[in-house]
Design a binder for this molecule. Structure first.
Ligand code: SF4
Ligand code: SF4
Length: 83
């Protein structure tokens, strides 16, 4: 169950989550940061670091932000490939 970054990150992007991720699976994709689900080890360290509570485990993403699950997967995988 990977973690997912959602809408509140847009415009904030303070990178606090990126700083604590032990496997470097959080990527800056321009408008926001995203998590590559293939690399995330579900440690949960990023979640409490977010000042705007944008990070959720995928099963707990609020209904209105469900589309971010696919967005993190698509953009996160693409960013990981070009690492
Ligand atoms: S849950 Fe852990 S591995 Fe996954 S993105 Fe957050 S800090 Fe990184
Ligand atoms: S900590 Fe939250 S607001 Fe900051 S970059 Fe990560 S997801 Fe975005």
């Amino acid at each position: 169950m990977p973690y997912v970054i959602t809408e509140p990150c847009i415009g904030v992007k303070d990178t606090a989550c990126q700083a604590v991720c032990p496997v470097d699976c959080i990527y800056d994709v321009g408008e926001m940061l995203v998590i590559n689900p293939d690399e995330c080890i579900d440690c949960g360290l990023c979640e409490p670091e977010c000042p705007v509570s944008a990070i959720f485990v995928d099963t707990d993403v609020p209904e209105q932000w469900k589309s971010f699950i696919e967005r993190n997967a698509e953009q996160g995988r693409k960013a990981a490939e070009s690492k």
